[in-house]
Design a protein around this ligand. Sequence first.
Ligand SMILES: *Cc1c(COP(=O)(O)O)cnc(C)c1O
Length: 406
Amino acid sequence: MSNTNSDQNTATAQHHTETRAAHAGRHPDDTHGAVNVPVYHASTITFPTVAALKEKNGRKFDDVYYGRYGTPTTRAFDEAVADLEGGRWCVSVGSGMAAVSCTLMALLKAGDHLLMVDSVYWPTRNFCDTLLKNMGVRTTYYDPLIGAGIRDLIEPETRLVFTESPGSLTFETQDVRAIAEAAHAAGALVALDNTWASPVLFRPFENGVDLSIQAATKYIVGHSDAMLGTITMTDRALFERVKTVAGQVGHAVGADEAYLGLRGLRTLPTRLRQHGESGVAVARWLQGRPEVERVLHPALPEDPGHALWKRDFTGACGLFGVRLKKGPSPEAIAALLDGMRLFSMGFSWGGFESLILDTTASISRSATAWTHDGPVLRLHVGLEHPDDLIADLEAGFARMAAADGR
Ligand SMILES: *Cc1c(COP(=O)(O)O)cnc(C)c1O
């Protein structure tokens, strides 16, 4: 390529994450110079000749030949995610859960054994316990803090070790590097649900991960308005396996969703910095409250996962948990939550707005025990000013106390 300004996808490994987020996946020569890739609404792609059709060689993009397998818009999104996450290949699908299930189906068959982290996102656990089990795949759950000890659980049929760090709802930090070393020594692959870190706070491939999954619905989209999932890899053969299964199962990403994913990705590192900073401010304030037993946030020095988090992560997002001391009645917790003015209640997270949820009943364990018997809240700290969020929480604690007549 000549040395002109014709291809803006010129950020390289030497550039900072913010720079790469701004430039990844952009090819203005292909888009009449427009900064953003257009939204290609396409199922049918036409071919100029019989020979081109046989080769599945379309007009300009030689691997775009039918909407289900991608359009120029989804290709730009895949390329940008792969770049930011430090991988080479990315398969995008319609949701984070589709990325999880597609990964498991691509890598496991009847007779295989899967090691799954006990603190995993509950729908992933449910997939393993139902559909994957029906396909003849055995799952063993393991302690998220197991580290190199995972080697004792690896069986001859173990093909995959699945990690998620920090864990959903309970936020244990995993030693992904030690787990990957043990898994690779035994010939097993390692997948990571990297949604908490998004593609910018943890480098999966430098820590031994083979496949990194994102619920792009969360921070990549970042505005609570689209569902997307991604699977990123460095290995071409692995990519072919995942891509083939995505096509067989019929995953397809809509052009509008891919566009919203790209839109979100441009500002991802900048947004995350604020989510992280405000999240720590709110977490510290909570840690000092008499109602709080412990805040589950690896960026706090008193968190048991802090040393690992410091070693492996470049920052925190805005999502963390809060264990309240035992005592408040369910009515008092409802009074706390129902009266919130800035925090809303809702599933999902990663948008610009703050969320709060009572997750007490949702924590599910089989390999380890969850011993805390007080209420557990999950907070997503959005882009509001943290002082306003703290005032909202302070009023909530007052309502909680009043409801129990304290
Ligand atoms: C939300 C989430 C998912 C699933 O993503 P969807 O887009 O909602 O299907 C998977 N893993 C983690 C850690 C999540 O938080």
